[in-house]
Write a protein that binds this ligand. Sequence first.
Ligand code: SF4
Length: 240
Amino acid sequence: MHQTSLESAAVGLPAAAELDRALRNAAPNEVIATALKVVGRDHLALVSSFGTESAALLKVMADVDPSIPVIFLDTGWLFDETLRYRDTLIATLGLGDVRSIKPLEETLSREDPDRELWFSDPDACCRIRKVEPLARALKPFSAWINGRKRFQGGLRAEIPVVEQDGARLKFNPFANVSREDIEAIYSTANLPPHPLLASGFLSVGCMPCTSRTSPDEDARAGRWRGRPKTECGIHTTKTA
Ligand code: SF4
């Protein structure tokens, strides 16, 4: 049978455009609850960096279902503070299935034996440390949830609430939220801040590619500073 425009590439799921129309103005918890209903927990994962804003989405998810699998890409270049924050949030929110995914050792020793790829070719470094591990981790899933927001600007300024990502559905429950909404979730739920926030890191990724931001800068200005790169590739490469 041919796939119609209303069927997702993931067999049996509604089309992304149809879901996006239905959820365009939905609250984040409604988006996650709908994703859970149409996809099922065994086929749905949330991807989190456990960065400075991550606890908000994880809190909304935990209120819907704390057992939804959470994929965390442990690139080998993360701050210890981020690894500790992951463990703090697992305990605080009662997350039941956080999967820390590492790059393959054989790939690292073949393509980045001196750990300098972040400098010589950051796109290749992100590919072996983030994009490929995510594709591997998502294999059992038909859909994934992530925390991008339109207010972050750049390529994120026009993301829909639901989109097609290769064979999978991709849910962006925070597409419509404001920075104030995120702050309100932290404050209402008394969520712990990322340990590096207080020392001026508004957005935290890998150590070599993260710097502090000044008050007049965009939150993501400290990522890949001085380079044209603004995204690691997990949102610009189809996960297939
Ligand atoms: S963010 Fe930097 S260190 Fe991390 S995977 Fe990408 S290039 Fe490598």
